[in-house]
Write a protein of this length. Structure first.
Length: 318
């Protein structure tokens, strides 16, 4: 599917792709969005837009790292968006952006929230497109960074839940959740870092279609990505803290169990000694002949056990 947005004197039009004039005349700004395009629609990148073969290859081939390619008359940014966040699983989708003097072409194989949000904004306020492709690019990248930020904030709440579980119910499954979360955050951090580097390279090398105002807005987008990276770094540290908390909690619980067992064993030692002595069955043991011998021994054992329990409680060992 191809959507077109043409801004003429702050008026937004959507001409059919067959009647599109490319590149647009001076004073007009064009945005063309390719969403899940067919082979015939993808072929328009070459036949209508006259993009370089390598640029077309970048668009149609999926799963690339974020990158920047300069073709003099236009440049291409390959970035990654969070397409779906469901059941604490993240699915990424590639978004390729071609930016020229007065046009922007976006190409993606799947429906993207960022494109839909930007499309709605443009329909309400065509000035977003009229201001130029560089500012329009910054606006789009802001939506990408905001979506990353929203997902990361969900992870913050997840980490808080895992921390609570580490204190109350430290089960082995918690460690698996922490490992999964750490891998996911590390992957997001790598992607966001690469995207930030792409934008920094674009600003440092410059381009004839990037104005000073556009550079400032791109730096704002970089700052948004940097904020995402900082939050991820904090989350990774928090995950390490939850791991340590889990191990400490497990260790403390183990120590409590060992302490109880040690107290029981310590109390049983003198009682075992007494029963061992009177269980030797010697012939001359006066206590064995006494009618009060058995209850006296039981009372003595109870007194010893009670005294030891009182002593342990006084020392706060139990």
């Amino acid at each position: 599917m191809i959507k077109t947005y043409l801004c003429i004197n702050n008026t937004l039009e959507s001409p059919p792709i067959e009647k599109l004039v490319f590149p647009p005349p001076e004073g007009q700004v064009l945005w063309v969005d390719f969403e899940s395009p067919t082979e015939e629609e993808s072929a328009l990148l070459t036949s209508l837009f006259q993009f370089d073969a390598s640029a077309v290859h970048v668009c149609v081939e999926p799963y690339k790292c974020p990158m920047l390619e300069d073709y003099h008359d236009y440049f291409l940014i390959a970035t990654h968006c969070i397409k779906e966040f469901k059941e604490r699983r993240v699915k990424f989708a590639e978004l390729d952006i071609l930016v020229g003097k007065n046009y922007v072409v976006t190409f993606h194989d799947e429906k993207l929230k960022e494109i839909d949000e930007l499309s709605n904004r443009v329909k309400k306020d065509p000035d977003i497109l009229r201001r130029g492709p560089d500012l329009f690019l910054s606006e789009l990248l802001d939506f990408v960074a905001t979506n990353y930020l929203n997902v990361i904030l969900h992870f913050d709440r997840w980490i808080n839940e895992l921390e609570e579980k580490a204190l109350t119910t430290p089960v082995p499954e918690l460690m698996a959740s922490l490992s999964s979360l750490r891998r996911l955050l590390t992957r997001i951090r790598r992607i966001v870092l690469q995207q930030s580097d792409v934008l920094r390279t674009l600003i440092l090398e410059g381009h004839i279609f990037i104005s000073k105002k556009g550079e400032r807005h791109l730096r704002d987008a970089i700052n948004h990505f940097s904020r995402v990276i900082n939050i991820i770094e904090s989350d990774l540290e928090a995950i390490s803290g939850v791991r340590e908390l889990y191990m400490i909690t497990i260790s403390n619980r183990t120590n409590e169990v060992i302490k109880v067992l040690t107290v029981i064993a310590t109390i049983m030692m003198p009682l075992t000694l007494i029963t061992g002595i009177y269980g030797m069955n010697f012939q001359y043991m006066p206590e064995l002949q006494s009618p009060y011998g058995y209850p006296l021994v039981l009372v003595m054992m109870a007194i010893i056990a009670g005294a030891m329990l009182s002593y342990f409680k006084k020392k706060h060992w139990i």
